[in-house]
Ligand binder design. Structure first.
Ligand SMILES: Cc1cc2nc3c(=O)[nH]c(=O)nc-3n(C[C@H](O)[C@H](O)[C@H](O)COP(=O)(O)O)c2cc1C
Length: 245
């Protein structure tokens, strides 16, 4: 997971897939092997994956879809975002294009007793189709999402994490070696308000994945505390805190 730092700059959401390219049997096997290596945020939440042809879902892009099923326990959406973002980044390293696809509907809503959560559409891409200049990706200004001390190679990098409809719900306060991570509830988007907590919780998991990859890259050691949903206060949804040294 931690060697994926450079893929933060290469990845992007693939929306146009070249129908003349397809993944080989070996590449699909490699993806399956990689899935087994993904590091969970929560050890005790069951999660399973199915790779199906895109046509078995409502998704209109990519060659395949990775369907994710999970137990619905505390913070399970954070867990899904954290785990699958590792795969998004790894796939970029293999020039496999990916798009998180919240809009899609799968063929089965349950699998092995677990509930469907979200899918990633993916398919073979060409290296030149990936992001060339990450600073041109549309993101909120740094001042909107990060206050307090800045950490070189972290502060200005984690903000490029992907999120549903680019809502970027993360807010960070960094003081005296403590990085406090919040989810904003003031997000404006075309996503219906009642669905925002679902999508934005997955987004927060993605952000934690970016944060840890960046901290490791800069050689920081850190301790993570995750907060339980019932500890959330209505205005400030504190999701996690890292203590770095
Ligand atoms: C949880 C989640 C759901 C998403 N759902 C969709 C989707 O249904 N359709 C789509 O085209 N893009 C979807 N995206 C991709 C985002 O729009 C994209 O990540 C964001 O605009 C930032 O662009 P980038 O990924 O190219 O950096 C989703 C992203 C996330 C994280």
């Amino acid at each position: 997971m931690y060697n994926l730092y450079n893929m933060i700059f290469k990845r992007k959401s693939f929306r146009r897939f070249n129908n003349n390219l397809s993944l080989s049997v070996e590449e699909l096997q490699e993806i399956e092997q990689q899935i087994n290596k993904l590091i969970p945020l929560l050890q005790d939440v069951k999660i399973k994956y199915r790779i199906v042809k895109r046509q078995e879902t409502t998704c209109k892009r990519g060659e395949y879809c990775l369907l994710v099923y999970s137990e619905q326990k505390e913070n399970y959406l954070l867990n899904v975002g954290y785990i699958l973002e590792q795969l998004d980044l790894w796939m970029a390293s293999r020039s496999i294009g990916v798009c998180w696809y919240g809009m899609g509907k799968p063929d089965k809503l349950q699998y092995d007793g677990l509930d469907y959560v979200i899918m990633l559409a993916f398919g073979k891409g060409r290296p030149e189709e990936f992001r060339k200049d990450y600073t041109k990706a549309k993101r909120k200004d740094l001042e909107m999402i990060w206050s307090g001390e800045h950490i070189p190679d972290v502060t200005n990098v984690v903000r490029f994490a992907p999120s549903a409809c680019n809502t970027q719900p993360w807010r960070v306060v960094c003081e005296s070696g403590h990085i406090r991570i919040f989810r904003s509830t003031e997000v404006r988007s075309i996503i219906p308000k009642e669905k925002l907590p679902f999508y934005n919780s997955i987004d927060m998991g993605i952000f934690l994945c970016f944060m840890e990859i960046a901290l490791r890259y800069t050689q920081y050691k850190f301790k993570r505390i995750l907060y339980n949903e019932e500890m959330y206060d209505a205005e400030q949804l504190e999701i996690a805190q890292y203590t770095i040294h």
